[in-house]
Design a protein around this ligand. Structure first.
Ligand code: ATP
Ligand code: MG
Length: 163
């Protein structure tokens, strides 16, 4: 089973991905590592203080990796760019704005970067794009739910699907 975890930066993808991979005993792919390994950073956007990544190339490489790991979790706010046919389940993490702001400020992000990510959460960009791709989506609120509860919610959904 291929599970992708997407969502605005700071909404808890990596935390959830690692815990879920451990629980389900499956491999976890950190797309940031893939981006470095395959040198997918194209340029640095000084204003936004972030790298521009070739999302199409990333998607292609992620698809190849799913052939190598037919059961895995992919952790990335770009994972939902993968075509629907290569993905069984798309988890979208979300976080209430006050909590998200605190988490992002704790990372010492600039004011502009905190604002950019808060806007992305307000406009539900990852969620909307994942819907547009036609993925089967579970929305998980990591502000309301402790990590154990998040995992239970996902496991319930997986077993419902199997029925
Ligand atoms: N369910 C949760 N309950 C409480 N805190 C959480 C939960 N999930 C994540 N957090 C906290 O939120 C912060 C951000 O989490 P994490 O690094 O997993 O986000 P991310 O979505 O992977 O971010 P990025 O896109 O930048 O990699 C961390 O400090 C983490 O401890
Ligand atoms: Mg992360």
């Amino acid at each position: 089973m291929i599970i992708i975890i997407t969502g605005t930066p700071g909404t808890g993808k990596s935390t959830l991905a690692k815990a879920l991979a451990k629980k389900l005993k499956i491999h976890c792919i950190d797309a940031n590592k893939v981006i470095d390994e395959y040198k997918l950073k194209e340029a640095y956007d000084k204003k936004r203080k972030s790298y521009i990544v070739d999302e199409k190339k990333l998607s292609k490489i992620l698809i190849k990796l799913t052939k190598l790991y037919p059961d895995c979790i992919i952790d990335s706010h770009m994972a939902h760019e993968m075509p629907k046919k290569h993905v069984d389940l798309c988890i979208v993490t979300k976080t209430e704005l006050k909590t998200l702001k605190k988490r992002l400020e704790k990372r010492k992000y600039s004011k502009a970067k905190v604002q950019e990510n808060l806007q992305a959460e307000i406009f539900e960009i990852c969620h909307t794009e994942a819907q547009e791709k036609g993925h089967k989506i579970i929305l998980i609120d990591t502000a309301k739910n402790k990590i154990d509860t998040c995992i239970k919610l996902i496991q319930n959904e997986i077993s419902e699907n199997k029925r």
